[in-house]
Design a protein around this ligand. Structure first.
Ligand code: TXA
Ligand code: MG
Length: 332
């Protein structure tokens, strides 16, 4: 693996790769992203190719400042207010694309809108600044698979030859919230690190989640049912576990039984991973993709998942879990 510690010298080296049209995996506060120059058509195309991503699925442009954002998107007062309140941070805005912005049309999938986000991770912003241009950065995984929260996930999913700025596990663990400010009232196209309630004081209303229920026609491709899937079938709302199933737990498993006899705490190490023993949803989000990765082994016949409360960032967690469960039904 080409793991680079995120030193200033290495960030410059990574920026050189991107300026030359290459790809670099970079850490953000949400998940690792596969970064490329948003204004370079060949580079953007190679992002799609590397991820095996359908070309109609547009990419987020990552910026280091409001100024850079305003060069590619048209901000009104409300958009500035929202950006002022949540940037840098895990909130992506859908805005009108600025004429002459120079963003490659493949990156916007030919739409007249553009998605912009200023990541809270200093390494990501340092890389954008070093390149001096907006970077597209979809999650650094093969399309339709789990988003990577560690450098090892990136290498597993996209191959060993990719340069990775390795800064350890990503703190938020689920992708950014996507807020569509081009519709009135604004709607959330993807639940994520910023919750609908977080947005109330700034928007003066609680934005609805777009009909993101799996099966509906996607506006954001993150809304397609199969987007967040491990290889194993996923069983939700588990209240017990089969002896040959892995368990993704949440909260206490003290009294949880194994089918055919015994208790969860008697199962071998590694078969049970707990998103948060204390029931902390933020901790659970940060652990979600890594633990699904770790449980996704042929030794088990499936992954049983305990109930996670559907509040706050738990909404984003359940959204990803439901998609993972539906994927299995779609291919079965
Ligand atoms: O947290 C994140 O946002 C991560 C990190 C790496 O920054 N990035 C990420 O990017 O999740 P990606 O490409 O995997 O997800 C982008 C989502 C897709 O669901 C896409 O359909 C949607 O954004 N999208 C992009 N442009 C859009 C647009 N103009 N209108 C509606 N949806 C859009
Ligand atoms: Mg993704």
């Amino acid at each position: 693996m080409h793991l680079l510690a995120p030193t200033p010298t290495n960030i410059q080296a990574a920026a050189d790769i991107i300026r030359a049209g290459g790809l670099v995996a970079m850490p953000t506060e949400t998940v690792y992203g596969l970064a490329a120059d948003a204004q370079n058509a060949r580079a953007v195309a190679s992002v799609y190719e590397r991820k095996n991503r359908p070309a109609f699925n547009p990419l987020i442009c990552h910026v280091d400042s409001l100024e850079m954002a305003e060069r590619i998107a048209v901000f009104d007062d409300r958009a500035r207010l929202v950006a002022g309140a949540f940037w840098p941070g895990p909130l992506t805005l859908v805005l009108p694309l600025r004429a002459g912005a120079g963003i490659d049309p493949l990156a916007t999938a030919g739409l007249s809108t553009v998605t912009v986000r200023m990541p809270a991770h200093e390494v990501a912003r340092g890389l954008i600044t070093a390149v001096g241009r907006p970077l597209v950065a979809p999650s650094a995984n093969r399309s339709g698979r789990l988003s990577p929260t560690t450098p090892a996930h990136v290498a597993q999913s996209l191959g060993d030859d990719l340069t990775i700025l390795a800064a350890g596990p990503t703190p938020v663990g689920v992708e950014s919230t996507i807020l569509d400010l081009t519709s009135d009232p604004p709607v959330i196209l993807r639940a994520g690190g910023i919750t609908p309630e977080d947005l109330v004081p700034v928007l003066g209303l609680c934005p609805a989640l777009a009909a993101g229920t799996p099966g509906t026609k996607p506006k954001a491709a993150g809304m397609t049912a199969w987007h967040y899937a491990p290889s194993l079938p996923v069983r939700l709302r588990a209240v017990d576990v089969a002896p040959d199933e892995a368990l993704l737990a949440f909260g206490s498993t003290r009294f949880m039984g194994v089918r055919g006899g015994g208790f969860v705490h008697d199962l071998p190490d590694g078969q049970v991973l707990n998103l948060s023993e204390s029931g902390d949803l933020v901790e659970a989000a940060a652990n979600l993709f890594r633990m699904m990765h770790d449980l996704d082994r042929p030794a088990y016949r499936g992954i049983a998942v305990m109930d996670v409360p559907d509040v706050g960032i738990g909404i984003a967690i359940n959204d990803r879990l439901k998609r993972a469960a539906l994927y299995d039904k779609a291919v079965a």
